[in-house]
Design a protein around this ligand. Structure first.
Ligand code: URA
Length: 222
């Protein structure tokens, strides 16, 4: 006797798209097809594969000068950045601006961006899945900008771009190389403490100052 068919389980309706391997592949294809930063920004704005987009107010792409030769990558937008649609506009951004000003750099002389392009709810850390689905867009952005120097602000940016899981306090201040799809040559990258960390641990400003001087020396020598 044939068993009665089991009732089919209720279909989970995903109100929020999940970041997963399929979305990472989609992100890679979409990002690779972009040939300008404007195209990349528009593609990100239309991309529905990162669940953070569903809870954020604005896409936070980049700010500053793409032709400056210097690109800084932070972690994730916070409340201020989400409101403004621009990275590093809140308290950490103001400290970052003061740090950079101390070595003669303002936003006409650098480009700032983040590891993820939407604010995680409640300022939680971005998950590994969120980072991985944004990474093709970050890689493409770096490939299109072709900076001479990269600064990796904090552990998540350093881990996403170097693959190293070593803590930021161990790797900060040591130049490393970042390899990006679509670029033949690796880019010189300096991991640094994140300005939000410096706000909470002002004693670490000494290390930050040493790293800023290392950055200035390398820019001057280029
Ligand atoms: N912290 C970040 O990492 N990025 C921002 O844009 C703001 C704060």
């Amino acid at each position: 006797v044939a068993a009665a068919p089991l009732p089919s389980p209720p279909v989970a309706r995903a109100a929020i798209p999940m970041a997963g391997p399929t979305q990472v592949l989609r992100a890679q294809e979409i990002a690779a097809a972009c040939t300008t930063l404007d195209e990349l920004r528009a593609a990100l704005a239309a991309f529905d594969g990162c669940p953070l987009a569903a809870t954020a107010t604005n896409l936070v792409f980049n700010d500053g000068n793409p032709d400056s030769g210097l690109m800084l990558v932070g972690e994730a937008p916070g409340a201020e950045e989400d409101r403004a649609g621009r990275p590093f506009t809140g308290a950490a951004g103001q400290l970052l601006d003061r740090m950079l000003a101390s070595i003669g750099i303002d936003r006409t002389r650098c480009l700032v961006t983040n590891t993820v392009f939407w604010r995680p709810p409640g300022n939680r850390s971005p998950t590994e899945a969120e980072i991985q689905v944004c990474l093709p867009f970050l890689h493409r952005q770096i490939a299109l900008v072709r900076p001479r120097h990269l600064v990796l602000l904090g552990g998540p940016a350093a881990k996403a771009l170097t693959g190293s899981a070593a803590g930021i306090t161990r790797i900060r201040g040591k130049w490393t190389q970042v390899q990006v799809p679509g670029l033949d040559a690796a880019i010189a990258a300096l991991p640094m403490l994140h300005p939000a960390y410096l706000l909470a641990s002002p004693g670490a400003k000494r290390e930050a100052w040493a790293d800023l001087r290392a950055l200035r020396r390398s820019i001057d020598a280029a």
